[in-house]
Write a protein that binds this ligand. Structure first.
Ligand code: BJW
Ligand code: ZN
Length: 250
């Protein structure tokens, strides 16, 4: 057996024998569905870096530009279908007594795959929030009729209902995430570069509270040395190998 197979077999053993699992996902899990990752080369849009557009300053400086970027991303997300990695996590949820999926992704693909107990740490790209009255509307319209979109109640401009750099993640979301990490036996960290806080610290909290942490990524990340296992590879290929599927496909 080569090292990769040994790691997969070890992870399979750990996952099959635990009754509670918490998963943290990032942009990498949706890469095989064609959704650009945040920091990858394909995350570049019209020569702007994602990090420079995902801020309140960028938005207020040029709401039209930031909305055009989100319109482009909504277009990519609309055409995307969940991949075997998303489906594997949805099936795993059915097999475990306790299962929480914390995602940094805003694309809604976990929901489409059938995952139920989801915490969306960074919001949802299909929601528009009024910058004045705070009203939140679902909108799947791509492209948007008007950029920036306007609030149906007060006519002020709307913004994507997401969390940008420098913005606070709602306390209730942090509390639920920490509880899920503290109460699980095993944590899986999938397709995230592990540099954006507070999500990046979830794996550290897991280790500090004695959990087994397994990471799946194309490459090692800054916290890999702290984790129990890092499996290098595509999440759409690795995740389905980490448990015994009980689904019968006809
Ligand atoms: C694959 C794959 C395949 C590819 N299979 N793998 C402590 C220290 C320093 C700074 C801070 C700190 N605490 C807070 C901050 C500031 C800031 C921060 O973290 N900065 C860092 C960059 C240093 N954090 C915040 O501002 C947060 N707010 C906060 O903490 O409030 C309190 C506070 C405020 C100010 C100061 C201090 C405290 C909010 C963070 C919100 C992040 N929002 C974004 C945008 C969301 C909306 C949108 O998408 O448009 O969230 S930024 C962006 O990064 C997005 C992502 O969810 C997030 C994480 O990215 P992710 O998912 O990891 O994607 P990538 O592209 O980076 O990585 C993909 C990975 O997949 C790679 O590793 C690939 O190898 C891998 N991969 N294909 C498996 N097939
Ligand atoms: Zn309004």
């Amino acid at each position: 057996m080569n090292e990769m197979h040994e790691k997969i077999s070890a992870a399979l053993d750990i996952i099959e024998h635990c009754s509670s699992l918490t998963v943290l996902t990032g942009a990498g899990i949706s890469a095989e569905s064609g959704v650009p990752t945040f920091r990858g080369k394909e995350g570049l849009w019209r020569n702007f870096r994602s990090e420079d557009l995902a801020t309140p300053e960028a938005f207020w400086n040029n709401p039209k530009l930031v909305w055009e970027w989100y319109d482009w991303r909504r277009n990519a997300a609309r055409d995307a279908k969940p991949n075997p990695g998303h489906f594997a996590l949805a099936e795993l949820e059915d097999q475990k007594k306790k299962f929480t999926l914390i995602t940094q992704n805003i694309d809604g693909l976990h929901q489409l795959a059938g995952s139920r107990n989801i915490i969306e740490m960074h919001g949802n790209i299909w929601q528009i929030r009024c910058t004045k009255c705070g009203d939140v509307q679902q909108s799947h319209k791509v492209p948007l009729d008007e950029i920036p979109p306007r609030c149906g109640l007060c006519n002020e401009i709307g913004r994507p209902n997401v969390v940008w750099f420098g913005e606070i993640i709602p306390m209730e979301v942090i509390d639920r995430s920490l509880k899920a990490v503290e109460e699980c036996e095993v944590m899986l960290i999938v397709g995230t570069s592990g540099i954006v806080e507070p999500a990046a610290s979830m794996g550290l909290v897991a280790k500090q509270t004695g959990k087994t942490v397994i990471e799946i990524n194309l490459e090692y990340t800054p916290n890999s040395p702290l984790f129990d296992l890092t499996i290098l590879g595509k999440s759409g290929e690795i995740l389905p190998l980490l448990f015994t599927s009980r689904k019968v496909y006809s």
